[in-house]
Design a protein around this ligand. Structure first.
Ligand code: BGC
Length: 499
């Protein structure tokens, strides 16, 4: 595959580089595990009895409003505190990434994860539980900042897309494992929830060991003036002796980006707006698909729909598996059919699924009572078709597109913005969902459907296709050619700098 100049950089996929990708992707697995574990835990009776006895009482009264039995601000805080912590932590993580490097930042993430797992698994009081979540959240902030950056920087150019989606693949595997763990631990009384939370330490520990084994990324070394180490690292990860051409390009890119002393300032210049708006919009829309209403609260949601406790955990194990499997579709298709086709196809599939769920619940799930078996099974199938389409589109592309559309000098600052937008909106959805479910009932699905329509229009009119465009040519080939975004650039060869 040609590089930006039409040259070919030789590389082999060695066991070592594969190990680096997979070990680093465990950061994604930690993120996914955290996303997946809380819904199941908050559905466990032993957990509710210990920390949220009032909610447990409400849950016991079958005659109580179906849509409101889990509406509790503290319970929501348990789930969403993680994202607030991650949001704040990602700013510190971006500093750590630049000053110390990706590798130590990944190591710090793993230490926070281990501490969070230990504290929440041994929690006796609510504050210990919340503090444990916050430590997890700091881990997510550090991991999500450093891991995608690391993967992109160590990937050979011709595998960059696939390696990038490895992060999302591990997110989905983490969610799936968490669902599986919850399914088993829900049968272990009275401390199943402790196992669920404590088992996060296993992948966290693998990430810690991984952070000792992986290389530092060559651009991070060169950026910090460690040229010799940078070249040695590049030789090691490419598995060939002659890496001169690629190394020169890294040095040139670093020199250029070193000239931009304040990337955040540059990011807010008019000409930087198109990729910044797209990056933020991709993350905001990713969350307004409503995916995390399903991911966090699948077991709670299925119980709301009248499933028994372990049947609902089983249903969310199924959705978890669909999520993992469909991500492979994305890895396979993203560079063949392009980003826009995947996103638009998914909008249609998500819209049909959400509307159907909304109608079934609206007409068949009253405030008390439950769904009949056939309808409940249809709802599970619809949730699967919905998750499937998310998993090959807005899931991975919410991370991929922001990472490939910025010019080099604003790429890390811009990507940090994408990460923090993800956290803000994940937090908002996590915090608001149970209350929204309580007040809007089945209309919540129509609410998300409306957003899906908006995002389809966004893709049609505003999202340029980036398939096959070398990342360093995005400004010329993509932004300046787009009917809307070209207005952000003045004419002329140096238009990007001047605008
Ligand atoms: C999103 C998460 C979501 C996950 C589901 C990720 O891309 O950022 O919020 O829970 O996909 O697989």
């Amino acid at each position: 595959m040609p590089n930006h100049d039409g040259e070919i950089f030789k590389s082999k996929i060695t066991v070592y580089i594969l190990a680096c990708w997979i070990l680093a992707a465990f950061g994604g697995l930690m993120f996914g595990y955290d996303i997946g574990i809380s819904g199941g835990v908050t559905g466990m009776d032993d957990f509710l009895i210990k920390f949220f006895p009032k909610i447990h009482q409400r849950k016991l009264h079958a005659s109580e409003n179906n849509y409101c039995k889990y509406d509790d601000q503290m319970l929501q805080l348990f789930t969403s505190s993680l994202y607030l912590a991650a949001l704040v932590a990602s700013f510190f993580a971006s500093r750590a990434c630049s000053i110390l490097g990706r590798k130590p930042t990944i190591m710090m993430a793993s230490v926070f994860f281990i501490a969070g797992a230990a504290l929440s698994a041994s929690a006796e009081q609510k504050w210990m539980l919340i503090l444990g979540r916050i430590l997890f959240g700091i881990g997510v902030g550090f991991g999500n900042e450093a891991v995608p950056l690391f993967l992109t920087e160590v990937a050979p150019i011709q595998h960059r897309g696939a390696v990038n989606i490895l992060f999302q693949l591990f997110v989905t595997i983490g969610i799936f494992i968490a669902n599986l763990v919850n399914y088993v631990t829900s049968m272990v009384h009275p401390y199943g929830w402790r196992l669920s939370l404590g088992l996060a330490s296993v992948p966290a520990f693998i990430l810690f060991l991984g952070s000792l084994i992986i290389t530092e990324s060559p651009p991070s070394l060169v950026e910090r003036s460690k040229e010799t180490e940078g070249k040695a690292a590049l030789i090691k990860i490419r598995g060939v002796d002659n890496v001169d051409a690629e190394f020169e390009q890294i040095v040139a890119a670093c020199e250029q980006s070193r000239q931009v002393k304040q990337p955040f300032k540059k990011l807010f210049k008019k000409a930087s707006m198109p990729p910044l708006i797209i990056a933020i919009a991709m993350q905001v829309f990713q969350q307004f698909t409503g995916i995390n209403a399903i991911m966090f609260y699948a077991p709670v949601l299925f119980q709301t729909l009248g499933f028994k406790s372990d049947a609902s955990l089983l249903s969310s194990v199924i959705t978890g598996l669909v999520n993992v499997g469909s991500t492979f579709v994305s890895i396979y298709a993203v560079d063949k059919v392009g980003r826009r086709v995947l996103l638009l196809q998914a909008c249609v599939q998500m819209l049909i699924s959400q509307l159907s769920i909304g109608f079934i619940l609206h007409f068949h799930l009253k405030e008390t009572g439950s769904l009949d078996k056939v309808l409940a099974a249809i709802v599970v199938v619809l949730v699967c078709t919905y998750v499937m389409s998310f998993a090959w589109s807005w899931g991975p592309l919410g991370w991929l597109i922001p990472s490939e559309t910025f010019p080099l000098e604003t790429r890390t600052a811009g990507f940090a913005f994408a990460v923090s937008s993800n956290m803000v909106f994940t937090f908002l959805i996590a915090q608001a969902f149970l209350s929204m479910l309580c007040h809007m009932q089945a209309y919540i699905f129509f609410f998300f459907s409306a957003w899906i329509l908006v995002m389809a229009l966004f893709v049609v009119f505003l999202l340029p296709e980036t398939k096959g465009v070398p990342i360093d040519l995005m400004v010329e080939r993509v932004w300046k050619q787009h009917p809307v975004w070209k207005k952000f650039f003045k004419d002329g060869p140096n238009s990007y700098e001047m605008a």
